[in-house]
Write a protein that binds this ligand. Structure first.
Ligand SMILES: Cc1cc2nc3c(=O)[nH]c(=O)nc-3n(C[C@H](O)[C@H](O)[C@H](O)COP(=O)(O)OP(=O)(O)OC[C@H]3O[C@@H](n4cnc5c(N)ncnc54)[C@H](O)[C@@H]3O)c2cc1C
Length: 375
């Protein structure tokens, strides 16, 4: 087998698959090494499908805005798969004056970056979404936000990248990277050595251990997120919902079920601290919160709950960056629980970084060297 490619990507989540797609589209040879037996086995198949700009840190907001303006609207057509993308807005809800203060702060920061987002009162909230309870006294409203299906989108990128010539090897966990004459060249697995001109490290949490083999430390740690899906309901609305304190978020899917993510604060107390399994407290706790905002779902049955790890970066925004100490290495990790919505934009800029092209979005706030000790 040919163990060489122009670009080797470590990690077959949505970030690795999207980068593989945009690179093969530009004529690059690409090899993706995925440690588990399934593509999208990490957060990419477990997330809540939010494609939002509102509520984002201003450092990653330009990526979200770029993707929503230029990539998401035509993605289903481009990948020839139904990404179930809806651009029907995001209501981030508040029930107390403190909530409204939080939302006002988020709104002011996003507006300063050029995002179309505004505060609305409870009556306007219920004009947009009549199912919300009278307890909601206001919200931030971003009409260009939306949601999509993480499974079909991740697999859409994977299939189209393969169709364009990318090679994917599953059950091939990377154990180390190796420099040759000062340039990153080799990607080492248990039984094989692969060679590439550029390596994109998009292995989620696994990236920290792999980067350490060439002396790079990305300050990330695991944190668990949980989600649930209800049985199908009659069609109600297409907006994405969230709350001021991010205690739950969710949307109704094309199939009719509602997918909600939420937290009880007890996630992370897992059986063995490695397997992402839900605990018995999170879903009921999330649902108690949801019902206050959204009483019509009082009797909806939950059909499944699941959990996934997020790669929580020390400052909660990703690292998308070349590394001056390791020429040839590009980092794409630390997405901190919000990497799905920006994945098309991230895949695009990764392909540009790998080919030494100017990037569509300025990435300097997401550079690796932001963690260097200041002189
Ligand atoms: C419950 C939940 C809800 C979420 N909700 C949202 C949301 O609504 N909106 C949003 O934008 N984001 C959301 N996220 C976050 C989003 O899912 C992630 O940020 C995104 O999927 C990151 O993609 P990735 O490709 O970087 O990581 P992953 O999907 O985790 O992929 C990394 C891949 O690398 C592989 N890997 C690891 N180690 C190695 C190794 N040594 N060798 C080879 N391969 C390796 C893993 O097996 C995995 O397949 C949510 C996450 C969770 C868990």
């Amino acid at each position: 087998m040919n163990n060489h490619a122009d670009v080797i990507i470590v990690g077959g989540g949505i970030i690795g698959c999207a980068a593989a797609y945009y690179l093969t589209k530009k004529g690059c040879s690409v090899l993706v090494l995925e440690g588990s037996k399934d593509i999208g086995n990490g957060g990419s198949s477990r997330n809540g499908g939010g494609v939002r700009q509102s509520g984002r840190d201003p450092r990653e907001l330009p990526l979200a805005m770029y993707g929503i303006k230029n990539l998401w609207p035509t993605l289903s057509e481009e990948l020839e798969v139904d990404c179930e993308y809806h651009q029907d807005g995001n209501l981030r809800l508040g029930k107390t004056e403190k909530h409204l203060e939080i939302l006002q702060g988020l709104t002011d920061r996003a507006k300063a970056c050029g995002l179309d987002v505004r505060m609305i009162d409870g009556d306007e909230v219920r004009v947009i979404n009549p199912y919300l309870s009278d307890e909601v006294i206001g919200a931030s409203w971003c009409p260009t936000d939306g949601h999509a299906n993480p499974l079909t989108t991740t697999l859409g990128y994977y299939k189209m990248a393969r169709r364009l010539g990318a090679r994917f090897i599953t059950e091939e966990p990377v154990v180390a990277l190796r420099k040759i004459k000062g340039h990153l060249r080799q990607v080492i697995t248990k039984d094989n050595v692969y060679e590439g001109d550029t390596v994109i490290l998009a292995a989620g949490l696994g990236s920290r251990e792999i980067a350490a083999t060439v002396g790079i430390d990305i300050p990330m740690q695991p944190a668990m997120l949980e989600a649930l899906v209800t049985e199908a309901q009659p069609p109600m609305f297409d907006q994405m919902l969230g709350t001021a304190e991010a205690d739950f978020y969710g949307h109704q899917t094309k199939h009719g079920s509602f997918v909600f993510g939420g937290t009880s604060g007890l996630e992370g107390f897992t059986k063995d601290n490695h397997t992402p399994v839900t605990n018995s407290i999170s879903a009921p706790s999330t649902c108690r919160g949801i019902i206050k905002y959204f009483p019509v779902l009082r009797d909806a049955k939950i059909v499944r709950t699941w959990a996934g790890w997020m790669d929580l970066c020390a400052d909660k925004v990703p690292v998308i960056s070349t590394v001056s100490e390791v020429p040839g290495l590009i980092l794409a990790c630390g997405f901190s629980g919000h990497g799905f919505g920006i994945a098309p934009a991230v895949g695009t800029v990764l392909s540009q970084l790998a080919l030494h092209e100017p990037t569509a979005v300025d990435l300097h706030e997401l550079r690796y060297d932001r963690f260097r000790a200041k002189a």
